[in-house]
Design a protein around this ligand. Structure first.
Ligand code: ADP
Ligand code: MG
Length: 590
């Protein structure tokens, strides 16, 4: 995705192929490859980026094909109206399917898309008006203004223009606010939701875009072949799209194109070669494909794109923070006056089966205060965090933020109100840069959606989001690591990344779960000064930390938990002198 510099060369290659004396056979091969690449690109978005598996792409190809074929044959309207109809039906059915299936996890979506593929196949095959299993014939060709696109070189250029424009739009999408949110969802929704991101919304968008790409492919196919027939849209084809994408590289847009190309060419060549080699005819290519897939998954789990990529010139992505230091910055919320109660936790309780992890805990945080939540491992500190941010539902009790009850709100709405957090077990996107990861924290402060991204109309806002991410990273001392892949960071900087990301939300209350674990002495000192600075800006902080020197140094107030219950609370010296705390927490005898 990052090395799409060759995107500029691709249109030239397509035009060259069209004017050079390339045999017609290959031109038609390339057309088919382009038609396959579109639904596969949808799968890159859905499966590669978001981890959702769909066998239903062929069904959406069918909708695009049948809608336009039927409309042009029965009404005489132009194929462009057919495209519109196909996209409309596709979008509506994708949205309905998404609402039924996307909220459920696990195998529900793949199974539902299989059912969808089967159902649609039989529907196409049984409807009188769609020509039953014979399909529809004599579908008119495409006309672009006065240009008759035809079915030869013209169609080749037309198809590949659409493929390359789609690839460009998707690349932009993946490198946008929307794309970052989508990538945040792949490994679970907790972190994304804590950043104020609705995971369902982005799954829905990806599912619809994937379906629409498939639908466009069907539209092209119908007017290329001048006929439609259910066999091209069955479940087998749905599986094949997934197969092509995985072979090419499900994580890369280029992978969809390479996968479609390799599969189509291999398929044709094997059908000719294998009978010659073996001496009898039969669908042996299916067996060979099966073997190829298994071998590929073993040795090239990221697909063939990995190999292709090595030969491409590297084009470094330029992030909009560079050279535009004076780009406008995001508006900030006004911080609270000191002494107002910002958080009131009243008798919150969490039971896991028989285990009471948090047992009727109550405490307050005043605006501008740093409160430490301490206690031995397993005391219930992280669970308390999860209850405040509603990552876990409370069994009972209330949490008030700025005077309003929040325990019934969704995690993302709590983030939206101004509570942000880090996780004890760092949650970041390993294959995204530090800067992009942190920009995720500023998600709710931006508004540009997928359409703006695909059209390239989000540049100004992107600059502001990255500017903010950079500012927060510099503040935690990570200004020199902006463009490293987050996955390559040692533990300490990973934690700082999470803090910077949490700060990007412009929170009024920051919850830090063991931020100093894995930090070196110097980094800890730097962290302490960052915390003090944040406090001086009016931010309130709830800190879970095992480094007692740091806790005693930085906290105004301490809440001590043991086995889920509140042991005591008070200022650091009171807590330090408490025999009960020493016994429980420090393991010192009374
Ligand atoms: P701390 O952060 O203070 O070390 P936790 O809040 O992580 O403690 O855990 C408190 C207790 O709750 C532990 O006994 C832990 O095993 C249990 N616990 C935490 N999360 C879950 C969960 N999702 N399901 C069941 N038990 C849990
Ligand atoms: Mg914990």
């Amino acid at each position: 995705m990052k090395k799409f510099g060759f995107a500029l060369a691709m249109p030239l290659i397509v035009l060259l192929l069209a004017v050079l004396p390339v045999p017609d056979f290959w031109i038609s091969q390339f057309i088919t490859i382009g038609l396959y690449a579109l639904p596969c690109m949808g799968l890159v978005l859905l499966t590669g980026v978001m981890g959702l598996t769909s066998f239903g792409q062929a069904a959406f190809v069918g909708i695009g094909a049948y809608a336009s074929a039927w409309l042009t044959l029965n009404t005489g309207l132009s194929p462009w109206m057919g495209l519109l109809l196909g996209l409309s039906i596709t979008t509506v059915s994708a949205v309905i399917l998404a609402f039924i299936t996307l909220r459920m996890s696990g195998h529900y979506l793949p199974l539902a898309t299989i059912a969808w593929g089967l159902a649609l196949y039989f529907l196409m095959g049984n409807l009188e008006t769609l020509g039953k299993y014979d399909g529809l014939l004599a579908v008119p060709g495409l006309q672009l203004f006065s240009w008759n696109v035809g079915a030869g070189r013209g169609f080749f250029v037309f198809t590949w223009a659409i493929v390359l424009l789609s690839a460009l739009a998707l690349t932009r999408l993946l490198n946008s606010r929307t794309g970052r949110a989508m990538r945040a969802i792949k490994n679970g929704t907790q972190m994304a939701e804590a950043m104020g991101i609705s995971s369902f919304r982005y799954k829905l968008i990806a599912f619809v875009i994937a379906a629409e790409l498939a639908s466009v492919s069907g539209w092209l196919l119908a007017h290329y072949q001048h006929s439609v027939n259910p066999s091209a849209f069955g479940l087998k084809m749905g599986i094949e799209y997934l197969f092509m994408t995985v072979v090419g590289g499900v994580g890369y847009i280029g992978g969809a194109i390479v996968g479609a190309g390799i599969t189509k060419v291999l398929d044709d060549q094997l059908q000719v070669l294998l009978p010659k080699l073996i001496g009898t005819s039969g669908s042996y290519e299916v067996i060979v494909f099966g073997v190829v897939l298994v071998v590929m998954l073993k040795f090239l789990p990221d697909g063939l794109w990995q190999l292709v990529e090595r030969f491409l010139p590297r084009s470094k992505r330029v992030f909009p923070t560079e050279g535009s230091a004076q780009s406008a910055s995001l508006p900030e919320k006004s911080k609270h006056r000191t002494d107002d109660l910002i958080l009131e936790v009243s008798s919150i309780r969490k039971e896991f089966g028989g285990l009471v992890a948090v047992n009727d805990i109550s405490f307050d945080i005043k605006a501008g205060q740093i409160v430490g939540l301490i206690g031995p491992n397993g005391a219930g500190k992280s669970t308390t965090f999860n209850l405040i941010t509603n990552v876990l539902p409370t069994t009972s009790g209330t949490v008030r933020f700025r005077g309003q009850e929040i325990q019934h709100l969704l995690a993302r709405d709590i983030a939206g109100r101004g509570i942000s957090r880090t996780f004890q077990h760092v949650k970041m996107i390993a294959d995204m840069t530090v800067l992009e990861n942190v920009a995720l924290g500023a998600h709710i402060r931006g508004h540009k959606g997928s359409m703006s991204a695909m059209l390239g109309l989000d540049k100004e806002e992107e600059a502001m989001l990255f500017q903010e991410a950079r500012r927060q990273l510099e503040r935690v001392g990570m200004g020199s690591m902006l463009h490293e892949l987050a996955g390559n960071l040692p533990m300490g900087p990973q934690r700082l990344l999470e803090i910077a990301r949490a700060l990007c939300l412009d929170p009024a209350l920051l919850l830090l779960d063991e931020p100093a674990a894995g930090l070196r002495h110097k980094e800890k000192q730097a962290l302490v000064s960052v915390l003090r600075q944040l406090q001086s800006e009016g931010l309130s902080i709830l800190l879970v930390e095992h480094d007692m020197d740091m806790v005693m140094d930085v906290c105004d107030h301490l809440v001590v938990m043991e086995f889920g219950t509140l042991l005591m609370q008070g200022n650091p010296s009171e807590v330090q002198q408490s025999p009960a705390v020493r016994a429980a927490y420090l393991g010192v005898e009374h």
